[in-house]
Design a protein around this ligand. Sequence first.
Ligand code: 8YV
Length: 328
Amino acid sequence: ASKKPKILVARAIFPEALAKLEESYEVRSNQEDRIFTPEELQKELSSIVGALVAGSERIDASALANAKDLKIVANISVGYNNFDVPAISAAGVMATNTPDVLTDTTADFGFALLMGTARRITESEHWIRAGHWDKWSIVNNPLGMDLHHSTVGIIGMGRIGQGIAKRALGFGMNVIYHNRSRLSEADEKACSARYVSKEELLRTADHVVLVLPYSAESHHTIGAKEIALMKPTATLINIARGGIVDDLALAQALKEKKIFAAGLDVFEGEPKVNPELLKLSNVVLAPHIASATEKTRRAMVDLAIDNLRAALDGKRPPSLINAEVFKG
Ligand code: 8YV
């Protein structure tokens, strides 16, 4: 029998990263990438000391019920709404995420979605493929909304929100934001962002970008009532989490042209997408890819591994969420 500590890698990772892990650990890997059922996950966690997981794995009291040897769950993701942190802490398990390494890549994508939505890029491609180009005219084109000199309203002004604000400055945009707490004066200055109430943001922004973490409090931050405050010319971008937006209310509003368009990277109940959204042309859809560049996904896996190794070596993991569990 191997004396190496046993770990679980719950989703497929890059083969080189897996090979390195196998030098130090007995790895139960899941390279076939079939998502575990809650019962399977509970069983998998019962015989290991550390686990690399992703948003697809819900880590709560039930998942941890038999995890007597578990020391760390390392999320390959910055958002950790798949973690019930109090339950993980109660089980004496360290929880970690992957901040910073994905900030710029995710902010880039937020901007890509913003531009693609405002300027109707996917609709334009469909227009060409459907053979409509020969009917073009000055007025009959996929006419979009401008970004330059418009007002962008960012809800959730953490690292990624600030990254979007800095990019917006390059487009001469006016940046307003809303957040649980105000940024320091220095941080506000660095991205020339003005703090406003959520209501003022919704009423005045030409483009609303959502980058806040998901929680019970942020559930349906944007629903019918909030959309009603927005300009009919406004766009809405969600790169945060499904559930931050009431997708059905959004689909209804887009159908009735209450707002101009939406760009969505995340969905309620993903990977399923509300069928009402799929019927619309004024929505740009992406399959949760804001962090998905080769370089960044590798950096996320590497940071999750650094967290796992540190915890199993008795060191403080670099991105520890529940500091109270660490006994140095
Ligand atoms: C992940 C993400 O790809 O980091 C996050 O919060 O949403 C993405 O980068 C996804 O959560 C997979 O775990």
